[in-house]
Structure formats: C-alpha cells, structure tokens
Design a protein around this ligand. Sequence first.
Ligand code: ASP
Ligand code: MG
Length: 420
Amino acid sequence: MLVFKFGGASVSNYEKIKNVGEIIQHFPNQKIMVVISAMGKTTNALEKVAEAFYAGKKEEALELYRAVKLQHLDEAKFLLVTHFNPLMVQLNDFFTEVEWLLHDKPVRDYDYYYDQIVCTGELMSTAIVSAYLNEIGLKNEWLDVRDIFRTDDNFRDATIDFNFTQQQVTAQVKPLFDDVDIVITQGFIGCTDENESTTLGREGSDYSAALFANMLDAESLSIWKDVKGVMNADPKQFADAQYISELNYDEVIEMAYYGAQVIHPKTIKPLQNKDIPLYVKCFADASLPGTVIHNESVKNLPPIIVVKQNQVLLQLHTKDFSFIGEQPMSDLYEMMAKLKVKPNLIQTHAVSLQLCMDDRSDKIEKLALAASQSFDVQVERGLTLLSIRHYNNDLLEKMTSGKIIELKQQSPETVQVVMK
Ligand code: ASP
Ligand code: MG
C-alpha cells in the first residue's frame, strides 16, 4: 500500500489534474490511497466566504461562493465528458449544503461556520479528480473522509480521535481496496460525533496523509510538490539553494520547528512511529528521486537555512530587579498557552528575559499587556529571525553582515539570530 498526497498547487487547474493521472499511471498494480487538498487558493477564497457570512453580508458571501463554484465547474468541463453529469450531482450536494447555511443567520461561533464552509474545498477537488481518473480508466473509489476521521469539536484546529479513526480505517477503508486499486479522499478535514465538519488547521493535508499511512501500515508516503525535493533554503529567497536527497525524521522536525515550510510539522510523528519513509517528490517530473525522509542518520548535511520575517521581540524586565523565578516564568507560559502563541526563541537572564515570536498583533498586544503586571515590557517589531542548522562561521558572518543583531543563541549544531 502506498499513500500519495497532492497539495493545492498540484490540482490547481485541469492541466495539473491531468498530471496527477499521469503520475498515478507510473504505479500500475499498486494499491494507492490518494489524499488531496483543495484546488489552488480555494481555501483562502472559502475563508473570505465565511468571513462575509459571519459579518452578516449574506449577498457578498453568496457571490463569493458562486465564484468558487464556477471555477470548479469550469475545470470539470475541461476534464470530463461521460463522467460530467454524475459529478454535477455530487458537486450540487456540496453546493446546496453551503448555500443553505449562507441563507441562515450566524448563531454559533465563527470557527464552526468556517469549518462547515471551508471543508467543501477538499470535497469538490477530490470529487473532480476522482471523476477524471475514472474517466481515463483509472478505476477508483471516492471516499468522504468525514466518515473516517473522527475529531473533537475544536473547530479550525480539531484533534483526531486516534483509536476511533483507526477502527474506521480498518473496517471501512481497507475493504475498499478489495475492489479497486485507488481510493481518493480529502486531506485537512474530519467530523465530530455529531456529524459536524471540522478542519485540522491550515496546511493540514500532509498530516491527514501521514495518519492514513500509519493506520494503513503503508510502505511509504509520497508528498508530490512543485519542487525537486527538500532544499537547504527557500529557493525563492536563495538562488543557490541546494537540493538534499536524504534526511532524518528528527532533522525535518527541527527544520519545521524553526519555520521551514517543508512539511507540516505534525506529519512526521505518525510516520516515525511506524518507520514509514516519507518521499518528497517532484510533481513536474515523477522520474526524479526527490528527497527521502526516514529513520537513518544522515551525515554531512549542508547548512540548513530558515529565515522568518515579521518577528517581534518582547523584552521583559522585572519591575523591582528581583530575579526571574519559577512563578513569573510559569505565569508567562500560561499566558502564551491561553493565547495560543509560542515563542520562536526565548532567552532568560537574571532579571530580564527576551521572547521572539511571530507578529500576530492582536495576540502580542494581549500578551504584552498581561506581562506588564509583573514586568516592564518593551516591544520591538519588524525583525527577522535567522536560524541555521549545521552552520559554519563564514556563512553566519555573511548572512548577518550589515545587520543589527538584537539577540543570538548558539549551540554546536544550531545558531539563531534575531536581527534587523
Ligand atoms: N487546503 C488546506 C489549506 O490550504 C489544507 C492543505 O492544503 O493542506 O490550508
Ligand atoms: Mg496546500
């Protein structure tokens, strides 16, 4: 059993969807669980629908939703002949459900409506891809993952009920492969025990695919992306970024932790637990080897560079020059947990401490205000956090030259610099 994941960029239009078919044709007689995201920027567009609806702008919400619908229908028309009508029936069910909701007035939390609306992105994209593959003779079964992935009702950031979901996978998903080689389903979404749709957090499809790989005891997970494989830096920022052929799970967890946009950070654990290799494969050229991520230790890695813009530095100083003890620290962590923010870097001294975090203005203001009860607080915005794993001093010097360094943390393995 193989698990494949195609992200939004890999199904953004009919040509890309045709390419998905070509890739799958490279794997004849294999059982493949295919997990797919919403097409292109659909999730962002559906977020706008949810926002308009919640702001009471019903007409605007309906209009925005109409645009999303039409775009999907256009792509489907390019792809399908014989399978177009049955697909229309299926798509219309998704459309109707959302349109009914949009005609109501919001009475529940925003996050609830967000999930009911946004989940249709994945439902639509997978229905189209499934119909297309059937049309070209790649016989497959479309699966509504909401019948399988049970979550709690923490909308927009739902947690999977692992045991229940495993039971569903065993009882309902495995038998599908008795009749077909290919099953197509959605990433990113799930369902509560009250039949409400949920989502697992933005970019959550990688994680869904990893859960399937784990629960199906897959041979491997392949994530098809618009890159050759994992690079040691963002090629959009660094023209000389290097391709890496092999990485260890822990290395990737570290990279994701520092903010590298490689793989959703939650993806690795379910794979590591069952020693299932993860391939990051090139969507445009399936014959390229891509990057394999596995349990083996990998030596001689190039420096891995992660740059995070839009950082804010909070400088906290005890008001009475008392030492920073356990109590103020645990209060601070409690505040951060409550606001759901986490520091990208933290450094403590005798009577002061510094926190570097993503600049989510509303949350930073709340945190600064709460911290000002025990500390004098200074906030500095517009900073950059540079993290380099396996660094050397020449590279560090080059990357920080001409910058003002506000904070630096260094271990033999990793260096992090907050600078402007
Ligand atoms: N469609 C969702 C998003 O754009 C989930 C994903 O792509 O992984 O965040
Ligand atoms: Mg995506």
